[in-house]
Design a protein. Structure first.
Lengths: 79, 197
């Protein structure tokens, strides 16, 4: 039986996943800014694991690399 | 016990303008003063800082690999802290020096190499201002073309967290809820239908 109505989405925007294969393909380094910028929102926040698709270990490495780059003023804390 | 370290140093552009070797000696001198040995040291980049450090908007980055005794490192970092021309530093213990570093640092020692003079503190590159946003967005939309139907800008965490764009789970949920609703409709509708008959 065909559904009569579709369930409404609570949020209008779709969740965009990067679907990365893991950090083994391209090691995370605080000097590799082009790579790190792909894991930041336009406001400079680090994307969650849901969005990056990283394992817990890779996500920790990502966090560490971004924070090192922020310390050296290579990446912004905000905006 | 000696360890190999990778150090990234932000050097004041005023010193770099005077003499690059003098700026380099700020770091290499500190390492050698405390019994360390500099393996490689080179100019990594000169760029605009994402936020002001010590009133500076631009600085030169110096990347160095050096061996130093673990016990001597705190004394060396204290020297760097006291040095006004080293704006900031990051020192990490590493296992080995990347092979490309030797070539790049050797290129700096050649006679042809010259350090370009750093621009003024207020200088802004035309390309760098829009780059971060543009560079960040296209890969996200390319890698997830199915999900990027609407606005390519990623949604805030809290909004999109409860709903995923994958077709399977929401449909399954919708089917379950509809099935439940049709059952309730039927149960409610039966007595009415009986009355009509």
């Amino acid at each position: 039986m065909a559904p009569k109505f579709k369930k409404k989405r609570k949020s209008g925007r779709p969740l965009i996943k990067l679907r990365s294969r893991g950090c083994a393909d391209r090691p995370l380094d605080y000097k590799d800014l082009e790579h790190l910028e792909t894991y930041l929102t336009p406001q400079g926040q680090i994307l969650s694991r849901r969005r990056t698709g990283y394992s817990a270990k890779c996500q920790r490495d990502l966090k560490r690399s971004i924070k090192r780059a922020r310390h050296l003023a290579l990446l912004p804390f905000v905006g | 016990m000696t360890k190999l370290y990778e150090g990234m140093y932000l050097v004041d552009n005023d010193v770099v303008r005077e003499d690059w070797n003098k700026a380099k000696a700020l770091v290499t001198g500190a390492v050698e003063k405390h019994g360390g040995k500099v393996v490689t040291a080179r100019r990594w980049d000169e760029r605009r800082l994402t936020y002001k450090i010590a009133g500076r908007r631009r600085a030169t980055y110096l990347l160095a690999y050096f061996e130093i005794d673990e016990g001597a490192l705190p004394a060396m970092t204290r020297d760097l802290e006291l040095n006004e021309h080293v704006l900031r530093y990051l020192q990490l213990a590493v296992e080995k020096v990347p092979e490309t570093e030797f070539e790049l640092s050797e290129a700096e020692t050649s006679a042809e190499f010259s350090v370009p003079e750093p621009p003024g503190d207020d200088y802004v590159e035309e390309e760098t201002a829009p780059q971060p946003e543009e560079a960040a967005r296209p890969p996200a939309s390319e890698e997830a073309p199915a999900a990027a139907e609407g606005d390519p800008a990623p949604a805030p965490e809290g909004d999109g967290a409860s709903e995923t764009p994958e077709a399977e789970t929401p449909q399954a949920e919708a089917a379950e809820t509809e099935a439940a609703e049709t059952e309730t409709e039927n149960t409610e509708g039966e007595p009415v239908a009986a009355q009509e008959d």
